[in-house]
Design a protein around this ligand. Sequence first.
Ligand SMILES: NC(=O)c1ccc[n+]([C@@H]2O[C@H](COP(=O)([O-])OP(=O)(O)OC[C@H]3O[C@@H](n4cnc5c(N)ncnc54)[C@H](O)[C@@H]3O)[C@@H](O)[C@H]2O)c1
Length: 260
Amino acid sequence: MTGRLRDKVAIVTGAASGIGRATARLFAAEGAKVIGSDVAAVDQAVWEAEIEHRAVFVQHDVREEEQWRAVLAAATDRFGRLDVLANIAGINGVRPDHTPAQEPEAVTLETWRWIQGVNVEGLVLGCRLAIAAMRAAGGGAIVNVSSIAANKGWPVRAVYGASKAAVLQYTKTIARHCAQQGWNIRCNAVLPGPIDTPMLRPPGRQLVGGDGRAGVDHVPLKRYAAPEEVARPILFLASDEASYVTGVGLLVDGGVSAKK
Ligand SMILES: NC(=O)c1ccc[n+]([C@@H]2O[C@H](COP(=O)([O-])OP(=O)(O)OC[C@H]3O[C@@H](n4cnc5c(N)ncnc54)[C@H](O)[C@@H]3O)[C@@H](O)[C@H]2O)c1
């Protein structure tokens, strides 16, 4: 099927890599006018060619309110409106040397603020500005990327899990609030399980968990997902096909959460 986002204007954060890059590509293929953003620089010509020149890239740190305004202006000045925001940018707070510690007895406020700053505060800023723009456009859809880490205790990713739980809770609140106000703005989250992206495969290292097969025993489907397998559920929630879906956290985890 094509055209599920025909004539919609969408902002996709985290669009340089992984799930965000796959989502920007899919949104554009489905007819959206896409503003992709990321704090990381991309080779703009390569990035835009990959998306067949149906999207533009803006460098953007989600923690910076002024930069959010510039991204939003890229959508509204250029295309006149905003219909979809996919908040995908995020960090798990794990550096290649496995620091800093996130366990509760060791975590520093610096670590806490670093991870919450990107995963939660950046998303809060984006939602606020998007809601205003979507109200002006008569409605819209926000899709936030949480994680299965939102639902479980995970000591070595304690701060990451807390940030993703905040994303899920905030998603439900936005959904309810916008519905109560009659703003025609839906807000949903996806909760990915293990996805084969640079987050789990940092430069110079193999997939976290081993050789790409080891470490998947806990996944009923016995594999990590490709980023496109998360982009498609994000597309569904962003599109009018999900017109009666708001406030959900959609698990995209190969069955991990079905266990126990
Ligand atoms: N890969 C997984 O297994 C997995 C599982 C659950 C949830 N997620 C979530 O999916 C989302 C996408 O992650 P991914 O797996 O594609 O990883 P990724 O590292 O490939 O992509 C994340 C992108 O976010 C960008 N980013 C980081 N900090 C930013 C900032 N301050 N401002 C703007 N952009 C910033 C990075 O530059 C990167 O391009 C994240 O929110 C992550 O927490 C991933």
